[in-house]
Design a protein around this ligand. Structure first.
Ligand SMILES: [Fe+2]
Ligand SMILES: [Fe+2]
Length: 146
């Protein structure tokens, strides 16, 4: 496949994906209307917000593919790096707190909601940490997608 064909395939795939995210937003709204339990409603709200964000992320992937001006270089990160470094510390601390919370929940009964949501939070905080670690790789000119 030529570079141009690969770019077209990527953009087409992202646009298909965006349509699915739109469906996901609709579907979560429908479930929120049907569900009485606050946990189910919360989960649907989380997924709905994530789907909206995914749509925006997919748009930036499309824009970066179609317009060369959306580029990032280590220089873009140097100016804000002190602040990002501080933020990395916050994320690491939140992971610790999530783990402490799970420890506190271990062996307890009737804590399924707490365990379920704290596990979600841990995964999400780990995700934030990983995103920032990847930014650091970009800053050092060492990022490679896995
Ligand atoms: Fe998604
Ligand atoms: Fe976080």
């Amino acid at each position: 496949m030529s570079v141009k064909e690969k770019q077209e395939k990527l953009v087409k795939t992202m646009k298909t994906w965006q349509q699915l995210e739109n469906k996901a937003v609709e579907q979560t709204a429908k479930i929120m209307g049907e569900a009485k339990h606050p946990l189910i409603r919360l989960v649907m709200e989380i997924i709905q917000r994530d789907s909206n964000m995914h749509h925006r992320v997919q748009q930036m992937i499309i824009d970066a593919t179609e317009n060369a001006f959306v580029e990032i270089s280590p220089d873009d990160l140097v100016g804000v790096w002190d602040s990002i470094e501080n933020h990395i510390k916050i994320e690491k601390k939140t992971i610790e707190l999530a783990q402490n919370s799970l420890d506190a929940l271990e062996g307890t009964s009737k804590t399924m909601i707490q365990q379920y949501l704290t596990t979600y939070l841990l995964t999400d905080e780990e995700k934030h940490d990983r995103m920032l670690a990847d930014l650091e790789l970009i800053k050092r000119g060492m990022f490679k997608s896995s």
